[in-house]
Design a protein around this ligand. Sequence first.
Ligand code: ATP
Ligand code: GAR
Ligand code: MG
Length: 387
Amino acid sequence: MSIKLPQKLMLLGSGELGKEFTIAAQRLGNYVIAVDRYPDAPAMQVADSFEVISMLSSDDLEAIVKKHQPDFIIPEIEAIRTEKLIEFEQRGITVIPTAAATNYTMNRDRIRELAHQQLGIRTAKYGYAVSLKELIAVSEEIGFPNVVKPVMSSSGKGQSVVQDKTEVEKAWNYAIANSRGDSQKVIVEEFINFEIEITLLTIKQWDAPTIFCSPIGHRQERGDYQESWQPAEISEDKILKAQEIAIKVTDALGGAGIFGVEFFITKDEVIFSELSPRPHDTGMVTLISQNLNEFELHLRAILNLPIPHIEQLGASASAVILASTKSDSITFAGVADALLEKDVDIRLFGKPNAHPYRRMGVALAKGVNVQDAREKATKAANKIKII
Ligand SMILES: Nc1ncnc2c1ncn2[C@@H]1O[C@H](COP(=O)(O)OP(=O)(O)OP(=O)(O)O)[C@@H](O)[C@H]1O
Ligand SMILES: NCC(=O)N[C@@H]1O[C@H](COP(=O)([O-])[O-])[C@@H](O)[C@H]1O
Ligand SMILES: [Mg+2]
């Protein structure tokens, strides 16, 4: 299959990940329509055109697809009316990686059933509940501590670690209040006391075998990533095990593009957690750590362009720059100071407003080893103040 350039790419979600993807797409002359729920979103600032709609509305999606007639629809976030994507796919538009994959991965129960029940992959022990009463019963079965999450949510929203049965009700209320749409279902997972958690960027191609990036280690707080680094310190046999699992899951989902496959690594085990059928936030480290970053890899996989070699350029890290208060006018201080250091780079996303913990930028660094790179990235991120 040969795809002529330029192609018309419709990006559903226009945050920081979409911005870098758009830049990669533009560099090969493609036409990008950036879509999001608010104007001036990061990717809109670099795209050819933009649309502000509710991506959960079938009618809104229909209107912009009719207007722009894209060759590809490329989801950048989870919260999309994925049933509508199935319809677009049936009408001949290529949805990345596939419309079904976007539907599976936005529902924790669906992807969990696929991985565990259908493919027999090791996951944390889990159960579901649709009422507080059920949650109390399932929690006892799974044991404590456990993790309660809405079946539909992302970036840690509505998620809590439950230490004992006195905390179950609070976890239920928090999950339901932060669940996407009107879903009233939660998943309870055994708490995995991992040594490290990783993202394995997995590139599924149309006409070539699946390939991988070197694993990325990361640290999360409140269910959101704080820093990531590459290469992650895990053994070759665990990398091979993770790759084997990633192939199984992504083959079952089909299509082409990059996937961020998340694993918990314990002393003896590689435990599948979940995956994103698109670039992963922890993968922003590849903006400094590889010859081709995750966005360029996604683009090449989508457009059936060759990826002859992925080179890992040595110990690297990323650290997030978060807002601390609500604000509609954003100014950054300390950027020059952060950039004084050798092998440090900064990305500021250009989000038009801030609220506590919103990710506004990322610091990137290379170091003599992973620890050094992590320290440099965190130090640079801490120098940047949003005023
Ligand atoms: N069963 C578990 N045991 C231990 N830690 C967990 C477990 N589930 C989740 N976590 C922690 O919470 C983080 C977020 O969980 P998860 O990836 O399921 O949420 P998410 O909302 O899908 O996040 P994102 O959309 O950012 O990937 C994990 O990266 C991990 O640090
Ligand atoms: N874990 C998913 C993730 O990192 N998604 C990235 O964050 C943006 C939303 O940011 P916002 O909430 O600040 O608008 C998304 O558009 C995507 O780029
Ligand atoms: Mg996750």
